[in-house]
Design a protein around this ligand. Structure first.
Ligand code: NAD
Length: 296
């Protein structure tokens, strides 16, 4: 591992951040972490990391700062706070691994660069399981040198691919989740129809998975979280709707109407308004079963 990126500040120790920080610790990095939740800080200590009392003390001796937070607004509020900026060592590499908004990411990267720091976006796909196993797909945006300097660190978490300039990782991540959510909705509709016709659900999934209808929904979400009725993928429905909205805002800013995408977001938002705020995104299939009509 390059000596320059040895001390890592990790902010946001939620469902993804906790297993990601643990992987860095077991790969030999020193991780000083912060989360608003005390329980998350205790889990970091149990994994061999150093819990910090606030974000500023987490970053004070960092070579790189990883952010794994819910939204762009929270990422900005943490990294641009006066306390953090005062203690951030010069030329620190900031890595936003959250699923953030690409246009805000471009603006944030410019801002931190004027303050003498470096910035890359590196959002992930692969869920909690991928975070635990270190097999995340990591979509990286930023300048080539900065991306290369982070490659060993990101390699401890999964497979980093340099997608393009700053914001390209966040753009691709949002587009991926627009696809994923749309697949899950239409897969769930198809499963309802087939089931009502009398076809066994597992037989349907096996057939889809060896046919052109397969997707992450048929290969993973339906067999692992929906059929067993556990609905515990670890990815919140609210976060999925957030990501779909990011993709649509990007489309609209580029003058692309994305009509199916707009419809998909409206459908998911309807379900979101009925489900509890902490619902897992796979609960959409259960919701559809009890709301088979077209949502108003
Ligand atoms: P989560 O809600 O489980 O965790 C977010 C954590 O951030 C929480 O522990 C919360 O206490 C903490 N937090 C919020 N505001 C904070 C602040 N100001 N300072 C410090 N900590 C703060 O979310 P998650 O599922 O871990 O997702 C994190 C990010 O990763 C999101 O952007 C999400 O869209 C993305 N993501 C999630 C998954 C998944 O499967 N869960 C997969 C890929 C990407």
């Amino acid at each position: 591992m390059p000596e320059t990126l040895r001390n890592i500040a990790f902010i946001g120790l939620g469902k993804m951040g906790t297993p990601m920080a643990s992987r860095l610790i077991s790969s030999g990095y020193q991780v000083r972490g912060f989360d608003l939740a005390e329980e998350a800080r205790s889990q970091l200590a149990e994994a061999g990391g150093i819990p910090a009392e606030n974000p500023a003390s987490a970053v004070s001796d960092a070579d790189a700062v990883i952010l794994m937070l819910p939204t762009s607004a929270i990422v900005e509020s943490v990294i641009l706070s006066e306390e953090v900026l005062n203690l951030l060592p010069a030329k620190t590499l900031i890595i936003d691994m959250s699923s953030s908004e690409p246009l805000r990411t471009v603006a944030l990267a410019e801002k931190v660069s004027t303050l003498g720091h470096k910035f890359i976006d590196a959002p992930v796909s692969g869920g909690v399981k991928g975070a635990e196993q270190g097999t995340l797909t990591i979509m990286v945006g930023g300048a080539g040198d900065d991306v290369e300097s982070a490659r060993p660190l990101l390699g401890a978490l999964g497979r980093p691919t340099h997608i393009g300039p700053t914001g390209a990782g966040h753009a691709l991540k949002a587009l991926n989740n627009l696809l994923s959510a749309t697949h899950l909705w239409i897969t769930s509709e198809a499963m309802l129809v087939g089931e009502k016709f009398g076809i066994d659900p597992k037989t349907m999934l096996d057939a889809f998975n060896s046919s052109s209808g397969r997707s992450g929904s048929t290969e993973n979400k339906w067999p692992n979280f929906i059929l067993p009725e556990t609905y515990n993928s670890g990815f919140g429905l609210g976060l999925m709707v957030k990501d779909m909205g990011i993709a649509l805002t990007l489309a609209s800013s580029l003058g692309i109407p994305a009509v199916l995408g707009q419809e998909a977001v409206a459908l998911w938002k309807k379900a979101q308004s009925d489900l509890p705020p902490d619902a897992d995104h796979t609960e959409i299939a259960k919701w559809l079963r009890s709301h088979p009509g077209s949502p108003e």
